[in-house]
Write a protein of this length. Structure first.
Length: 345
């Protein structure tokens, strides 16, 4: 049975399933789902917990023994089995299928790992386990789903979740629910009454994001070339993946393209439609005075070229090329300075 994280809920009064399958590439939802199971299981007498990792050196006899042996101090146990690849292999498949056919009410097994596809879900072992359990797919949240999740998390934390504040956190934490959770926890510590203003939340979030991609974007929109170069150097020293910066640049390109197109059509800017809050509108107004649709077409081509290069090949000096791309947002002309990706063979 498949249940999405926002609808997954177990507690002390819930009828626990013998198996839970928690898979996906969104860590916060995975951790939260597993923690719910742990708390509910402990409340229902599952006092012992074992954690196993099915790495290349793992012996599946260990799992078999764990399901058949109880300690002297507990009559019930929970076993957490991590499948790093999402695939147990031939031997593991046989073991899991056999265990699923002999359900032990005193043993609760949580199988978890990264994102899996239909190929795994259609296997014999997965179907056998899922028949007696619950499958919770944990995928990154975007758009309205992310908004609803943040809104709910803030209310659970006792905060007044106004629409502008929730949207601000969406903009700064998209793609990273762990960071979003940390931001909410920080806001509760700063404002224990639970009702900070938009300005206070913005100040707290921006302060933490001082050396993040989001700050870099604001610097680029403001046209501060020298500051942008320094910021890139700092991001590189902190080990920020180039893919993250490319994603942010592409996102801003899309926003600026839409704003420029509306202006060409004689439309006034609807800031709310583009999810641009008052505190950041001046950045975009500055960028719109410098950029044109023609320039954005050239920028799109260069962003696409670099994105393909970094995905398909090993780029020797990605931050040099990222610097070139960032300067195009100023804009600085690089027509006579072609991007040389220095791709390794």
């Amino acid at each position: 049975m498949q249940v999405y994280p926002n609808r997954f809920n177990v507690d002390a009064s819930s009828e626990l399933k013998p198996f839970y399958l928690i898979f996906g590439d969104e860590p916060q939802q995975k951790l939260a789902s597993i923690e719910l199971i742990r708390v509910a299981a402990l409340a229902q007498g599952f006092d012992e917990r074992q954690s196993l990792v099915a790495d290349p050196q793992f012996s599946w006899d260990t799992l078999i023994e764990a399901t058949q042996t109880l300690s002297l101090f507990s009559s019930k146990q929970i076993i957490e089995l991590e499948l790093p690849t999402g695939k147990p292999g031939a031997e593991g498949s046989k073991v899991l299928t056999a265990i699923a056919q002999k359900v032990n009410p005193d043993v609760l097994i949580v199988i978890h790992g990264g994102k899996i596809g239909k190929d795994v879900q259609n296997t014999k072992w997965f179907k056998a386990v899922d028949k007696h359990g619950v499958y919770v797919p944990c995928y990154p949240l975007e758009g309205n789903a992310l908004y609803q999740w943040l809104n709910n998390q803030m209310r659970l934390a006792g905060m007044q979740a106004s629409q502008p504040i929730v949207q601000l956190l969406v903009d700064y934490c998209e793609g990273n629910l762990l960071a979003a959770k940390q931001e909410i926890q920080k806001l509760i510590l700063l404002y224990p009454q639970g009702n900070p203003s938009l300005e206070q939340v913005e100040e707290a979030v921006v302060d933490q994001s001082r050396f993040t991609v989001f700050h870099l974007i604001d610097v680029l929109l403001s046209g501060e070339a020298q500051k942008a170069v320094k910021m890139l150097y700092r991001l590189e020293s902190e080990g920020v993946e180039p893919n993250i910066i490319v994603w942010a640049l592409t996102r801003e390109w899309q926003t600026l393209q839409s704003l420029l197109f509306d202006r060409q059509q004689g439309k006034s800017i609807n800031w709310n439609q583009h999810r641009i809050w008052k505190s950041r509108q001046s950045f975009y107004q500055s960028a719109l005075q410098r950029l044109s649709l023609e320039h954005m077409r050239d920028l799109q081509q260069k962003l696409t070229e670099f994105d393909n290069a970094i995905k398909q090949s090993q780029v020797v000096r990605p931050y040099v090329e990222l610097c070139h791309l960032c300067l195009l947002f100023i804009p600085c002309s690089l027509n006579n300075l072609p991007l040389d990706y220095g791709i390794l063979d």
